[in-house]
Design a binder for this molecule. Structure first.
Ligand SMILES: [Zn+2]
Length: 82
């Protein structure tokens, strides 16, 4: 259930309520003084962005490895050896 944040204009306090999404927010009363003079601020579900860095590391592919064919090439012989 989302946590909704309200501001009560009567007692000038912020308060949060755990409400179902189907709750009529216009019928919300202040959690502290019971006044209906409350303003809906936001849902903490939508406002809270979980921090963290996205994973940028990726598995090394064959293309990123050194060219293996170089190792397979025959070592050039000196002319004198021929
Ligand atoms: Zn109040």
């Amino acid at each position: 259930m989302p946590l909704y944040e309200y501001f009560c204009e009567t007692c000038e306090q912020d308060f949060t309520l755990l409400q179902s999404t189907s709750t009529n927010k216009e019928e919300t009363v202040c959690d502290l003084c019971g006044s209906r003079n409350v303003k809906y601020r936001f849902s903490s579900f939508a406002s809270k962005v979980v921090g963290g860095t996205p994973k940028t590391s990726k598995p090394v592919t064959e293309n990123e490895l050194p060219n293996k064919d170089v190792l397979k090439l025959p070592i050039p012989r000196l002319r004198s050896e021929l």
